[in-house]
Design a protein around this ligand. Structure first.
Ligand code: SF4
Length: 302
């Protein structure tokens, strides 16, 4: 393993490359990445790095966002097939249909969406900043896409707006069920339950804290409690344990694994840097439209 890590380090220097990785990729990738974070952190970081090549250890929509925000840089995906199923769970036609039915409407697009969908939206959000951004919008009607669960979670906290929901969902988070959490809580009655709002509302209801992966890490790190049940993709355990070696973390069940995030390996990182493979390319028209929604997110989240 040391060999490949040294090769990656050497290639990074030669190609002036930086590695951005999501908390859901496997431990050894998080260990060698230059920056690790959730979608909001990574999209901000992509606008700050000085290297000419961004190597994205994550899924397709993340690399697209990095490219849209940095059109002059070369953005490569570690695995060209790694994609988020939820990103495709809404269509431009559906957005236009809702736009035609409601006046004073903002189309709020979770960053887990394709560049095409972002280009049809007014503003992007992540699970870290969705509440702040939705609250700050002047519009009366909010069409929240593509994730119905995150949309409902935000709507519960913003009672002065009318929400229209989409039926998209994360196939990984919906498998973390209410009953699984109840069973785990019986096993570890003193543990606090920390959950991602992509989970179903009846599961979120049981949590002591609901928030983004970065929020979950922050909560566990600052908490006086020393046991936690973690209801999100299990890749986050790497950072949780790094930051809190004395605390205990339990998963809810065996299905907290995003298969697409696990396509990312050290071997593939070496190859894409070496051969400049899986370059993210987007049409100018699509990039311009999607950039407006992403810029609006960065502006409103400040
Ligand atoms: S965990 Fe869910 S939302 Fe995140 S990338 Fe995987 S499928 Fe998409």
């Amino acid at each position: 393993m040391d060999n490949i890590i040294n090769e990656i380090k050497k290639l990074k220097k030669e190609k002036n490359a930086v590695i951005l990785a999501h908390y859901y990729v496997c431990d050894e990738v998080q260990e060698i990445a230059d920056f690790v974070g959730d979608s909001y952190y990574l999209s901000k970081k992509a606008t700050e790095v000085s290297e000419s090549m961004i190597v994205f250890a994550g899924v397709k929509f993340m690399g697209e966002s990095a490219k849209i925000l940095n059109p002059e840089k070369t953005v490569v995906m570690v695995d060209g097939k790694a994609d988020c199923p939820m990103a495709h769970m809404v269509t431009p036609e559906k957005i236009e249909e809702v736009r035609s039915k409601y006046d004073d409407l903002a189309v709020c697009c979770y960053i887990n969406s394709t560049a095409e969908i972002k280009a049809h939206s007014d503003v992007c959000v992540t699970s870290s900043n969705a509440l702040k951004i939705v609250k700050s919008l002047p519009n009366k009607n909010i069409f929240f896409i593509p994730d119905g669960n995150l949309g409902r979670y935000i709507a519960e906290k913003v009672t002065d707006k009318n929400f229209i929901f989409n039926d998209g969902y994360c196939p990984v988070h919906v498998k973390i069920t209410r009953q699984d959490i109840i069973n785990k809580k019986k096993e570890y009655p003193n543990a606090k339950v920390l959950i991602h709002p992509e989970c179903t509302p009846d599961a979120v209801e049981l949590a002591d804290y609901a928030g983004s992966t970065a929020g979950i890490i922050d909560y566990a790190t600052k908490s006086h409690c020393d046991e936690f049940i973690i209801a999100t993709e299990k890749g986050v355990l790497y950072e949780l344990r790094n930051k809190n070696p004395e605390k205990k973390f339990y998963t809810v069940n065996d299905s907290q694994i995003c298969p697409d995030m696990k396509y990312v390996t050290l071997e593939k990182i070496k190859n894409v840097i070496e051969n400049t493979e899986n370059v993210v390319e987007l049409s100018e028209k699509m990039s311009e439209g999607a950039k407006k929604a992403l810029d609006e997110m960065l502006r409103l989240a400040e």
